[in-house]
Design a protein around this ligand. Sequence first.
Ligand SMILES: [Mn+2]
Length: 383
Amino acid sequence: MRILHIADLHAGKRLYDRIGRNEDLLYALEQIKNICKEERVDILLIAGDVFDKRNPDFESQGLIMEFLTEMNALGLHILLIAGNHDSYDFMKIYKNLRKLANIHVFDRPSANLKESIFQYEQLKVACLPYPDERVLTHFDEERQRSYAEKVANYMRALAHEVEDSRYRVLVAHMMVDRAQIAGSELQSSVSPYYAIKAETIPDTFQYVALGHVHRNQRIEGIAPKVYYSGSPYQIDFSEKGMDKFVNLVVLEDGMAKVEPIRLDLKRQLVEIRLKEGEDIQKSLEPLAKENLLVRVVMEVKMSDPFFQQKRDAVFRILGDRLARLEIEPVGTFQETKAETGKMDLLSLYEDFHRFKYRSEPSEDLKALLQKLIDKVSHETHKA
Ligand SMILES: [Mn+2]
């Protein structure tokens, strides 16, 4: 039996609220479709975070539905669990209708364990959508138990449910304590406090397909084969330079063989720092030829008279490839004072504000700053 494990599609993701990433996702899904065909995959596991938002836009909904029905046309079964970015209720919509197309949706952890199991020939897959603490607390009478203990208990119960099957797989969306994170997971509600202890994953399972952490990896130091497939494209700049994979899992001779397959990227995310005085044209031109999204950090002296020209040059050279331009003021207070002749903090701040926001600071802001300056000098003189 052949399984493909993917996760964290984040359909509808936008960088800086501006740059849509669905074309990057589509490029990945196209490759996934081909892998399913060529590798004769029987089951596609999607381990959560299908959508980036709880209320996804229509384009992203359409794109995912299109993909799922195309996968069904290839004759395979699709298992879909909710991640922490997905809404339980949104995932539940059309659940029964989708089942007709072999798209099996697991929208939330169920108290009825039988409802969390998918069976196919000699395989049983236990499904654990993102375990929201409130849902788990509802199952568990022992309120004193920690979140991680509750999840461990639930996994143990799921393991018991599939014991009688020759092949046993768990698909879950959660943070495991030994995982190497990418960074983009941190904005989510899953804080390190909620990390699940790797040792509590039952070894009943021959393969554990995880979602949530965006870096492809095996969780080391434990017996069961526990993998994050990672996201299929670089979701944001915390994933710059990261290779992307899907996991092909072959179940035979009573065990699981795992082969990560690397995906090609539509656009790489790249970050570049322009030092003060660096030749912008020379540094950025090579990037303008590639399929990239670039985040530029430009060091500029606050007193630099050519600031606006430099800024314009970055926009002109990179065009659509420029995802973000960050300005980093350099130079010490004394240098700035010497160059501008300004002596007091307030007028220096006014310069900085004009430089950074291209506008005058408000009277309220200036009053607040003056109050702070007075307070600090008062406190300093006291000591
Ligand atoms: Mn995610």
